[in-house]
Ligand binder design. Sequence first.
Ligand SMILES: Nc1ncnc2c1ncn2[C@@H]1O[C@H](COP(=O)(O)OP(=O)(O)OP(=O)(O)O)[C@@H](O)[C@H]1O
Ligand SMILES: O=C(CO)[C@H](O)[C@H](O)COP(=O)(O)O
Length: 343
Amino acid sequence: MDSKQTQPKCITLRSQIAQLKEPIIIGVAGDSGSGKSTYSNGIRRLLGTDLVSTIEMDGYHKEDREQRRISGRLPLDPEANHLDLLRSHLALLKQAKSIEVPIYNHGTGKFDSPVHLAPSPIVVVEGLHALYPEILPLLDFSIYVDPDHDVKWQWKYERDVKKRGHLAEALTEEMLKREAAYKRWIDFQKTNANVVIKIFPSHLKEFSRHEFTGNLPANCYKVELIVEPGQVSLPSLPLPFDFAAMLEANQPPFMLAAVPCTYWGRKVMIIHIDGVLSQDTIATLEKQIVAYTGIPLEEGLSTQNIPDLQAHEQVSATQFAQLLITWRFLELVNHRLSELMAR
Ligand SMILES: Nc1ncnc2c1ncn2[C@@H]1O[C@H](COP(=O)(O)OP(=O)(O)OP(=O)(O)O)[C@@H](O)[C@H]1O
Ligand SMILES: O=C(CO)[C@H](O)[C@H](O)COP(=O)(O)O
């Protein structure tokens, strides 16, 4: 019998990914409070949480909060982290072996008991040093999240005081101390990333050149996605967009541009997204991606599993960027699957 006849009728990308023997590892690096979890949640959501597991690198710190207070060391110092242990853990996962992941509890400032992690088809490693030279060779896809100084300050400050129990004065002092450490130990990792996500306050007012009368929500961001082009073309992904609505008064302002550039010696596309895209546009794009990956609809389209984003009413640039990053990642997955088929 023809082997094709024995295959199930609907082979989705997800069902193919689920068969992967060796996990695909995504590294997401960036400063503390830069939005790493927010962006990796986008990929998790569109592929389905059952296929993706996450390793928080904070568990690999050598010292807890009190020990750091005494030693004066910052977690940004690579020497203050067990990067070798992480590297050996990722190598074990690549061999389809389980690991015991160390856990840092930001609520208590102490380490919890390690958690058993069996290999899943996709593993996300998130942390300050996720694209360090020891780790990079084990990654299949790399993302660097790089918000503007003031945006990052606001996000981290609010989160650390409200959710991590830091005292305002001590936190300000530590955040100032972290600035030079960030430049020294963290920032350079962006030069190796497949995708760099830059985030700024909206620039749309400067575009008006006349008195700006638009309605921009508070905390409206401009995202610049610096994306290394992929090797295999994906199916086209049409952008649903109401052209007529653009000519109506009181439409929320937005901008979308794609500009070829060189970034740290590499050819990239820079996608600029600013303002508020319609929720219909985002939802239709999501539906297309979800139809492609094969995730059950109700899981793929829900934003309720992104608790941090719920608090922000306008996250269009972020959502749009999440979709584009996922699409670029799927290109890599496709490439990997076709390599495996050819073996
Ligand atoms: N795109 C966004 N729009 C609005 N707020 C955001 C966005 N991304 C992140 N934030 C805010 O910044 C905070 C930190 O985000 P997130 O937890 O994703 O950062 P992180 O880099 O994973 O942090 P850490 O490594 O310190 O755990 C969130 O609590 C959220 O309030
Ligand atoms: O740089 C960081 C990464 O998130 C944190 O500051 C580090 O993990 C320590 O956490 P905390 O400040 O809650 O003790």
